[in-house]
Design a protein around this ligand. Structure first.
Ligand code: 0RA
Length: 638
């Protein structure tokens, strides 16, 4: 097949502008994709996939296929209409080339009215192109297959027709550029999780995911959309009714979709999305949802005589106990706020969501009295437990004061009173706790030993939890309180460092603590105060020289440097308790020498999920599961 050039290359003023635009992206990638770490890297995939999702929303696409290739590149293929190749009226070049090289070229087309602005998403495919070592785009449209290759954002050749085609669609393959990004290795689980999420949020679309690096493939398709999402989230819990409640309504131009179900647990899981973006920090839509839930359930409870008089009423916490909900709204011009652009700012949306949910939920409960009954008795029980918790809290508070200063006896506090420099090490076991106390720098490092399995947070209500000696010590030491009453300005240490053994018990405690923080002190995590200390696994000695190794790979590397095994002594550390104070300080505690991993909201959310999966199962399989899925934390910090 002869290759046919669609347009002659024109190297004019507009081409120069394009090149300048691309080099701006390459100079400051963080401005476009948020960061140049793993998070930024995955943004490249989201950007391309979301363009395909726009075709789904336009009713023009049913299948998307994402492939991670062994050479480090990624392909996103869809059966949409294909990016237009026709000459662009302003630039006199194929529109495809404009989409690939110029800011927001696609937005002129009004493909999808619900755009993502003010966030890190929706920056345009040209940003992905600029940050790719190479980018090959294939478009099937008008009976032809078109192809063009770019390198670091610039076209290598003009757009060409490379063959006939009786289908339509877009196929983009790109290799992230390691000279502008810190990491270029895609994480299977991150990609898989997002694709699964998108398949729930866009009912009916089929999303295939193939990882050629380990030769695995999965397909996601959920005709039930967000309702199926809630079922999936509740799969390992006991639902109080089935199927989940599903509501759909429009207020002005805002489209509101909500699915909810209660389980017999005590925690809330609400996922909220705006134009398919997960708003992990909430925002006006979540505020509206909460207001509507409280209002509608109180009205319903009062009308049916479950709650009497004006004094008695269900609080927000009561009606959210055991709630699993997925809220997915579409907003015309969303404003995303906050550091990670993960909170919705539009104030008008609160009233829109509130009104839509009030109306539809009240209607639903009228038509399904059995569901209403289950839901209200759950909330009434929660209200009773809340009252008990209040009493327990009063008790701890008074007790804390009697003990002096409200600090737990087990805490070895530091001298400094400047929270910004202070660190709190949470150490597993009294013996490792003792070593850490000796090895620390008393000026700014405090140590709190925690013993064994702290508590089963999932099963325990707040009142139960506060009765646990370890949890109480932890809360007092951290200083910000718990639940709805936290005050982050009272934080006593800006670094809370989990120091646990690299074994099953260690990861169990870590999962528990992360879950506790995630649920009861979420700001601690979202503001980046929680860290995981990395203890070495090996000490490798040859003659006078020795090295610490923190992984098997590192061990092998050191052995290579030492020229093999001859005369080498390898000591394996199974727990923190096996090191003496000096060793622990040198390897794990002292700034400059140690490696700390900062826990992200994602990490904590994963711990939370893991925790849920583990509940109620037998001990042995649970241990195996923890070992296999131990929460990995990826964000490095020294
Ligand atoms: C601009 C206009 C149209 C489609 C697209 C862009 C488009 C972009 C991407 C990116 C990945 N897959 C895509 N599919 C389509 C509308 C074209 C028309 O009206 O025919």
């Amino acid at each position: 097949m002869a290759q046919e050039t669609v347009s002659a290359p024109a190297y004019d003023a507009s081409s120069i502008q394009v090149l300048e635009g691309l080099s701006a992206v390459r100079r400051r990638p963080g401005m476009y994709i948020g960061s140049t770490d793993a998070r930024g890297l995955h943004h490249l995939v989201w950007e391309v996939v979301e363009n395909s999702i726009d075709e789904v929303l336009a009713g023009a696409c049913t299948h998307i296929e994402v492939t991670l290739h062994a050479d480090g590149s990624c392909t996103v293929k869809d059966n949409g209409r294909g990016i237009p190749v026709e000459e662009h009226p302003k630039y006199h070049k194929p529109t495809l080339e404009i989409v690939m090289t110029v800011l927001h070229a696609g937005s002129k087309f009004d493909r999808n009215v619900y755009k993502v602005s003010g966030g890190l998403h929706g920056v345009g495919v040209h940003v992905v192109n600029a940050l790719s070592e190479w980018f090959e785009i294939r478009v099937r449209r008008n009976g032809h297959e078109y192809f063009q290759r770019y390198e670091r954002g610039a076209p290598v050749d003009p757009l060409k027709i490379v063959g006939p085609s009786d289908t339509t669609g877009t196929e983009a393959r790109f290799k992230p550029d390691s000279t502008v990004l810190e990491t270029v290795v895609f994480e299977k689980e991150t990609v898989e999780r997002r694709l699964k999420e998108l398949s729930f949020l866009n009912a009916g679309v089929t999303i295939g995911f193939r990882d050629e690096r380990d030769d695995t493939a999965v397909t996601f398709h959920h005709a039930g959309g967000v309702a199926e999402y809630v079922e999936d989230l509740n799969a390992s819990s006991n639902a109080l009714f089935r199927p989940p409640i599903y509501l759909h309504a429009k207020r002005d131009t805002t489209d509101v979709e909500l699915a909810l179900q209660y389980n017999d647990g005590y925690n809330e899981t609400t996922l909220a999305f705006v134009n398919n973006i997960n708003t992990v920090d909430g925002g006006s839509h979540v505020v509206g949802l909460r207001a509507a839930l409280t209002r509608t359930l109180n009205d319903y409870a009062r009308k049916r005589g479950f709650v009497k008089g004006d004094k008695e009423s269900l609080t927000g916490e009561d009606v959210r106990e055991g709630l699993t909900a997925v809220l997915s709204i579409k907003v015309l011009e969303p404003q995303f706020e906050g550091q990670t652009k993960a909170r919705l700012g539009n104030s008008e949306v609160k009233g829109q969501v509130e009104s839509a949910v009030n109306e539809k939920l009240a209607e639903f409960l009228e038509e399904h009295p059995a569901v209403g009954q289950a839901l209200i008795s759950k909330a009434v029980q929660a209200a009773q437990a809340r009252e008990a918790a209040r009493k327990a809290r009063e008790l701890t508070r008074r007790k804390g004061l009697l003990e002096g200063g409200g600090l737990p006896g087990k805490l070895a506090d530091c001298h400094s009173r400047d929270p910004a420099v202070c660190e709190l090490f949470l150490v597993e076991g009294d013996s490792a706790g003792g070593t850490a106390k000796q090895g620390r720098d008393r000026e700014f490092q405090a140590v709190l030993p925690l013993r064994g399995k702290i508590l089963n947070v999932e099963k325990a209500r707040l009142d139960k939890m506060l009765q646990n000696e370890h949890i109480r010590a932890l809360i007092m030491a951290i200083g910000i309180g718990i639940g709805d009453e936290t005050d982050i300005t009272r934080l006593r240490y800006h670094k809370i460092i989990l120091m646990t053994d690299a074994d099953v018990d260690g990861s169990h405690i870590r999962t528990l603590l992360l879950t506790l923080f995630y649920r009861k002190m979420p700001l601690l995590i979202s503001e980046g105060h929680v860290f995981i200390a990395q203890a070495p696994l090996y000490r490798i000695q040859k003659g006078q020289k020795f090295h610490w190794a923190y992984s098997d790979e590192e061990r092998d590397q050191v052995l290579q440097e030492f020229g093999g095994m001859k005369g080498v002594v390898i000591q394996r550390y199974k727990g923190l308790g096996e090191m003496n104070a000096g060793q622990l300080a040198d390897t794990t505690m002292r700034p400059g020498a140690r490696t700390l991993l900062r826990v992200t909201v994602d990490d904590a959310a994963r711990a939370n999920m893991l925790f849920q999966v583990l509940m109620g199962e037998e001990v042995e399989p649970r241990r195996a599961y923890i070992q296999e899925h131990a929460v990995e934390v990826t964000n490095l910090d020294i």
